[in-house]
Ligand binder design. Structure first.
Ligand SMILES: [Zn+2]
Length: 261
C-alpha cells in the first residue's frame, strides 16, 4: 500500500511538473529516453527489493525508541548523509562514475531526468549505503514511508524551472542548486552533491551557491534502449565509438576530471 502510494504520487508529480515545464519552457526534451531508463531501473528495483538481503545487525540509533518529532529529522539527515557519501563516491571513483554518468547525459534537464539512472546504481547502493544507513539508524514503517514521500522532492530539483533559493540556498536544494551539479563546466564539476540538505556540501567543501542557469549534459548520450541497459559496458560490448559531432570540450574536461579523481 505504501509503495503504491509513492509510485502513484511519483506519476502525479512527474505529470504536473512536466506540464508546468512545457508551459514555461517549451522545446524538445529527452523524455522518452528518461522513461525508458526508468522502466529498466524499475525492473532492477523489483529484483533488489525482492531478493537482496537486508541489514539485520545492530543499529546505532532506533527510530522507535525516539519521539517522532526527533526521529524523523534525524532519520532524514542520516539518509541524506549516506546519499551524499555515495554521490561523492560516484563523482570520484571511475567505476561508479561509469554508471552514474548516464544520469548526467541528459542534454535538457527536466523532472524526468530524475528517472535517468543506470539500473546497477541501485544494486550497488543496496549493498553499501543502504545497509550503512540502517546500521546508523533503524527506521519504522511510518518514517520509511515519509522518507519515500520526501524523496519525491527529487523530481522538483531536476525540473527545468528557474527557481533559485538565493541566500537561502544553504538550507535546502533547489532546481538552480542541482542544475549547477549537472553543469559540464569544469568549475562546476563535483559540486552541489546533496540531495536534500546542502549542509553536507558545506561541511565537505562541495558547496557552491547557484548564481545562474548553466548548460547541462555530457559529450555523449545514450542513443537507444540497449545503450541504457548496458551503459557502463557499451564500449566494451560494441567497441569504442567516435564522440558525436560537436562534442563540447567542457564536457570532455569533466570526464577527465572524474577519471583523475
Ligand atoms: Zn551526480
Amino acid at each position: 500500500m505504501s509503495m503504491s502510494l509513492v509510485i502513484f504520487l511519483a506519476f502525479a508529480i512527474m505529470a504536473a511538473l512536466t506540464l508546468v515545464e512545457h508551459l514555461c519552457n517549451p522545446g524538445p526534451t529527452d523524455w522518452w529516453r528518461n522513461l525508458q531508463a526508468w522502466a529498466i531501473d524499475f525492473g532492477g528495483a523489483l529484483l533488489v527489493y525482492k531478493f537482496w538481503p537486508e541489514w539485520h545487525g545492530g543499529s546505532l540509533l532506533h527510530a522507535e525508541a525516539m519521539p517522532f518529532w526527533l526521529a524523523l529529522p534525524v532519520f532524514l539527515l542520516v539518509r541524506d548523509f549516506t546519499e551524499y557519501v555515495f554521490h561523492y563516491a560516484q563523482h570520484r571513483l571511475p567505476a561508479l562514475w561509469a554508471m552514474h554518468a548516464l544520469h548526467h547525459t541528459d542534454p535538457e534537464m527536466t523532472a524526468l531526468t530524475a528517472n535517468r539512472h543506470f539500473w546497477g546504481d541501485r544494486m550497488v547502493k543496496s549493498l553499501t549505503i543502504w545497509p550503512l544507513a540502517t546500521m546508523l539508524m533503524a527506521q519504522t514503517d511510518t518514517i520509511l514511508l515519509i522518507y519515500g514521500l520526501v524523496s519525491l522532492y527529487n523530481y522538483f530539483v531536476h525540473s527545468n524551472l528557474k527557481i533559485n533559493f538565493g541566500r537561502w540556498s544553504w538550507a535546502l536544494t533547489s532546481p538552480a542548486y542541482h542544475r549547477l551539479h549537472h553543469s559540464p563546466l569544469p568549475e562546476h564539476y563535483g559540486n552541489n552533491l546533496a540531495a536534500l540538505f546542502p549542509v553536507f556540501d558545506i561541511i565537505f567543501g562541495t558547496y557552491r551557491r547557484p548564481d545562474g542557469w548553466p548548460p547541462c549534459g555530457l559529450d555523449e548520450a545514450p542513443g537507444s534502449f540497449m545503450d541504457l541497459a548496458i551503459w557502463p559496458a557499451r564500449k566494451l560490448i560494441r567497441g569504442a565509438g567516435e564522440p558525436p559531432a560537436g562534442a563540447g570540450t567542457a564536457a570532455s574536461g569533466r570526464t577527465t576530471t572524474a577519471a583523475e579523481a
